[in-house]
Write a new protein. Structure first.
Length: 210
């Protein structure tokens, strides 16, 4: 997408909102990989998908700065929750104040820990999961999510085109690229699900558990 076309799209969708705009700017100023935050377009898509599915419980694997968790929480009905896990404890000092200061803080449960091991211990049946953590463990996160998401529920996976590296042989030995490729190959042949890849931003895969 050209910068001009991206600008046009952003001008014709719901606004990002001041709080999320400030969070996205702070993420880029104060974290090493600021572009990992979902951003305006994907954030509005996540909120819309939540509005459509109307989940009671959402699991997020990889909180980072909290941008996507807040976007999903914006779409939730009262009494519903996003349970988000961040494995990098060094991220907590930045992320927790932004989550707890957001207008939807009451809908977000933020935990520092490994979602792959910790989420199943909650004993919660989830209606939706968003995988956006360590690319090297996407297949493990996917199998975990399949175990806790209800039949008919949805799993979203971010970065599944990985800047085009999935079709570039120069990255064949990169562990993160290989992690995404293994995940994509597994999902493509998995009889337990339906799936589609949206080629927006860095690739977003939408998966429905049968």
């Amino acid at each position: 997408m050209t910068p001009e076309l991206e600008k046009y799209v952003l001008e014709h969708i719901d606004p990002e909102g001041d709080y999320l705009h400030r969070l996205y700017r702070a993420t880029n100023l104060h974290t090493v990989h600021g572009r990992m935050a979902s951003g305006h377009l994907q954030g509005r898509l996540l909120k819309m998908l939540v509005r459509m599915v109307r989940p009671k419980n959402i699991l997020e694997v990889g909180t980072f700065s909290g941008y996507s968790a807040i976007c999903m929480a914006e779409g939730l009905d009262d009494g519903c929750k996003v349970y988000t896990f961040e494995i990098n404890d060094e991220q907590e000092d930045f992320t927790r104040p932004w989550i707890e200061g957001s207008p939807v803080a009451d809908k977000i449960v933020f935990t520092i820990g490994d979602a792959i091991t910790e989420a199943p211990r909650l004993g919660i049946e989830f209606d939706m999961a968003f995988i956006d953590g360590d690319k090297r463990t996407y297949t493990e996160a996917y199998e975990m999510a399949l175990g806790v998401v209800r039949p008919g529920g949805f799993i979203l996976a971010d970065n599944t085109l990985w800047d085009g590296h999935v079709v570039d042989c120069a990255y064949d030995h990169d562990r993160q690229t290989r992690g995404i490729e293994e995940f994509n190959d597994l999902v493509a042949r998995d009889p337990r699900v339906e799936r589609v890849i949206l080629p927006m931003r860095d690739g977003l895969t939408i998966i429905r558990k049968l």
